[in-house]
Design a protein around this ligand. Structure first.
Ligand SMILES: [Zn+2]
Length: 241
């Protein structure tokens, strides 16, 4: 069902989406074949994301589609994910965002159900708080419509991440590195807080001042992403990532 001529530049974007997908799969952000990462089309046609039916770790460039702003498949084979409005509406609403990740991250979902504030108890936490992470509570159902996508974008506001209560997470970044690394760090921040809360009551966490100071220096998305690509290559027996 290819309708658009795919250029060399398009192929580079497809490769970027495929690599990002495999990194997310290698970090256990997948939910069987669910979850997706998108990149803004530089020509304004819409977003590039993987076709439905495939797990993150399986994605190759030929499984990446160009979707128009209303979800029409402009390039690529197969069917699209029904939750494409998460990507189209956030990228449409945020000029500073070029990449969005949506995942059913298990520790984040478990943490969100506790209705506890996310605290900066670790390096990961300072990437998201203070102020407390935002939570999308309009529905825990799938984001199937433009209206729900817009509502999610509104909840996200200018932030880099939101918990989607009873569902998953969404992260947004200027680059695919930023969006992917934010998704992985948010899952880890939730996992560490759950670990602490399982052992007892939280007694201490970084002050706002300390957390904000750490935010700019603890993690370089580019460095982490480069490492995660190498890690995914190693995990898959040295295959191309
Ligand atoms: Zn979902």
């Amino acid at each position: 069902m290819s309708k658009t001529i795919v250029t060399a530049r398009d192929q580079v974007i497809r490769e970027q989406v495929a690599v990002a997908s495999r990194v997310l799969g290698n970090e256990d952000l997948g939910d069987f074949a669910l979850g997706h990462v998108s990149l803004r089309d530089p020509d304004g046609r819409g977003v590039w994301m993987k076709a439905t039916g495939w797990g993150f770790e399986e994605i190759t460039p030929d499984l990446v589609q160009l979707l128009g702003w209303e979800g029409q498949i402009l390039a690529g084979e197969g069917r699209r994910h029904v939750e494409y409005p998460i990507h189209t509406e956030i990228i449409r609403a945020r000029r500073d965002v070029n990449s969005v990740v949506h995942a059913h991250a298990p520790h984040a979902v478990a943490f969100a159900a506790l209705e506890e504030p996310l605290r900066p108890i670790s390096h990961e936490g300072v990437i998201f708080v203070p102020p407390d992470i935002v939570r999308f509570t309009k529905t825990g159902d799938l984001i199937l419509t433009r209206e729900l996508g817009q509502a999610l974008a509104q909840t996200l506001g200018a932030r880099n991440a939101a918990l989607m209560v009873h569902h998953g997470i969404v992260t947004a970044g200027a680059s695919v590195e930023a969006a992917v690394v934010a998704a992985i760090l948010l899952e880890r921040a939730c996992r560490k807080q759950l670990l602490a809360m399982a052992a007892g009551e939280l007694r201490t966490w970084s002050s706002d001042e300390e957390a904000l100071s750490k935010r700019s220096r603890v993690y370089s998305p580019e460095l982490i992403y480069t490492y995660l690509i190498r890690k995914a290559q190693t995990s898959h027996g040295g295959g191309a990532v």
